[in-house]
Design a protein around this ligand. Structure first.
Ligand code: 13P
Ligand code: SF4
Length: 307
């Protein structure tokens, strides 16, 4: 059996769409109908007329697609595809935190659970966080959760104080500043580009800071340059396809691992075999209680309107 042909056949037969994040393994990106960042993926999920959405990404992304599409089946190849950042913000603790600051507008990064979204005023992604924060009147205090690094970065960009939740992403905090400086000494003509989930000392070295889609666009627009890329290494597949002649090096991780880069173990639990199995069996699928879904939908729709 040719698994790729079988996935294509099942997709047609079941009127399914495959949405994949840039951090997915190359084989999954290749078979996907759309590959994008968190914002692009939620926009695609909001507009699709497919009956089944196969979400090759992590749980909070598939959950967002389900919140937008309650009558569609949303499949996730492996339910263990979680997110350290989403886990760093348990809904009960977050509810207490926002109750202690009732005058604050609550902005949450999309990397959080449906329960946390249900406690939120506006959702954002790394593509639109700046725009969303700037859309809130100057005099209104803001709670920003769960990513402290993105929050700090937005505070510096806007000059605006925000109350930050102390969460972070293990993948973006795995970069080693010492190794990055050494690497830059070896490749002094390479520009460093970084995702805003990275720590402040990494961001300070970067020529460009943006979402995964933003980083890809930046590299496309500067195709004559060379880059050290500080985000999950899966992005290099799409980047190299877009700019085949550009030299790209992944930013080094603190721990030595097989790729000497930073990989998201959650993203990588999805495989092409699991994608095939879930499309064939229509499981595992995402469920969200109707009460939470309705409440979480409001801040997601506000984000989509503002984007
Ligand atoms: P974006 O694709 O929105 O930049 O987010 C990166 C990320 O960490 C997704 O989990
Ligand atoms: Fe979550 Fe970080 Fe993995 Fe993105 S890269 S899914 S933020 S753990």
């Amino acid at each position: 059996m040719d698994i790729i042909e079988e996935i294509q056949r099942l997709k047609k037969e079941k009127n399914a769409i495959i949405l994949a994040h840039y951090y997915q393994e190359p084989a999954i990106q290749e078979i996907a109908d759309y590959v994008g960042d968190s914002l692009g993926l939620s926009q695609k999920a909001a507009e699709t007329d497919a009956d089944i959405i196969v979400f090759a990404g992590v749980h909070f992304m598939a959950e967002t697609a389900k919140i937008l599409n309650p009558t569609k089946k949303v499949l996730l190849p492996d339910l263990n595809a979680g997110c350290s950042l989403a886990e760093s913000c348990p809904p009960e603790a977050f509810e207490k935190f926002i109750k202690a600051h009732p005058d604050h507008t609550v902005i949450t990064y999309v990397n959080c659970s449906a329960e946390v979204k249900a406690l939120t005023d506006v959702v954002c992604t790394s593509s639109n966080a700046l725009k969303i924060v700037e859309s809130i009147p100057e005099e209104t205090p803001i709670i920003f959760a769960p990513d402290r690094n993105l929050g700090k970065y937005i505070m510096q960009k806007t000059g605006r104080e925000m109350l930050l939740w102390d969460g972070s992403c293990v993948v973006h905090e795995a970069f080693s500043i010492e190794k990055l400086i050494q690497l830059h000494k070896k490749y002094p003509d390479y520009k460093i580009i970084a995702h805003p989930e990275s720590e402040e000392h990494i961001l300070k070295t970067a020529t460009y800071i943006g979402s995964t889609a933003g980083m890809i666009n930046y590299v496309k627009e500067h195709a004559n340059e060379k880059f050290i890329v500080a985000t999950e290494a899966g992005i290099l597949h799409k980047m190299q396809q877009e700019v085949p002649n550009t030299e790209l090096v992944p930013a080094p991780a603190k721990e030595d691992n097989t790729c000497a880069c930073s990989e998201c173990a959650y993203m990588k639990v999805n495989t092409i075999q699991k994608l095939y199995d879930c499309l064939l069996n229509e499981t595992p699928h995402i469920e969200v209680s109707e009460d939470i879904r309705k409440r979480a939908l409001i801040p997601i729709e506000r984000m989509l309107e503002l984007s």
